[in-house]
Design a protein around this ligand. Structure first.
Ligand SMILES: [Zn+2]
Length: 213
């Protein structure tokens, strides 16, 4: 992580448990970059960050919310122009705080809405957003820089070969690499599977020794 974060003042890691680290930045600029610059990955697994208050037992933190940039395709124009409406769409993909990129006033608006949401790594990734205007429609979701996730249960942190006994017919898998956003309009990508496993991380301004990086 040290390489990915490229902190000006360096960062120190304190091992708190399996896949659990307390990371300390040494200047505000580095801290902001780490906390706001995500999502971060380690070997294509999600790195979950929570601000540490300096007092609480690190093990007591629920480390499960991961920031993701998602794009919802083909929405009616009206839902992509106003922040309030765009946030209602974002809410169907994940939790706040939301960042929405709206098309307000743009002459050639893109045919997707780009939102940053927080998703629970232990819950299946959202694939479609159902919206009822005149009729109920499902709008496909694609995610940018998605970490490894399971094509069988839709959760991050492991791949399909590691889910249960790992034997799952691809035909019954409801998720797939199509969930990755790519610049071609269909959102297909050449993403490949890899090793899974979970990785968590607590970051804060307190902390100690070198762990991983
Ligand atoms: Zn799974």
């Amino acid at each position: 992580m040290r390489n990915a974060w490229t902190c000006a003042q360096g960062v120190t890691f304190n091992i708190k448990g399996p896949n659990l680290f307390l990371a300390r930045c040494h200047c505000l600029g580095d801290w902001k970059r780490v906390m706001e610059g995500g999502p971060w990955q380690f070997h294509r697994d999600p790195v979950v960050l929570v601000e540490y208050d300096g007092f609480t037992n690190v093990a007591d933190y629920a480390l499960n919310m991961y920031p993701l940039w998602a794009r919802i395709k083909g929405l009616p124009d009206g839902l992509t122009r106003k922040k309030e409406l765009a946030e209602k769409v974002a809410k169907k993909v994940g939790d706040p705080p939301f960042t929405v990129v709206v098309n307000e006033g743009r002459i050639n608006p893109s045919n997707f809405l780009r939102v940053r949401v927080f998703v629970n790594v232990n819950q299946p990734l959202v694939r479609f957003v159902p919206i009822t205007l005149k009729e109920r429609k499902k709008y496909p979701v694609r995610c940018e820089k998605l970490p490894n996730f399971c094509y069988y249960c839709g959760c991050m942190g492991h791949v399909v070969e590691e889910c249960g006994d790992g034997v799952h017919d691809p035909d019954v898998c409801e998720w797939g690499d199509w969930l990755h956003w790519s610049n071609d309009s269909e959102g297909a990508s050449d993403a490949k599977g890899g090793r899974g496993g979970s990785w968590s991380n607590a970051a804060g301004r307190g902390g100690g020794n070198t762990g991983a990086g």
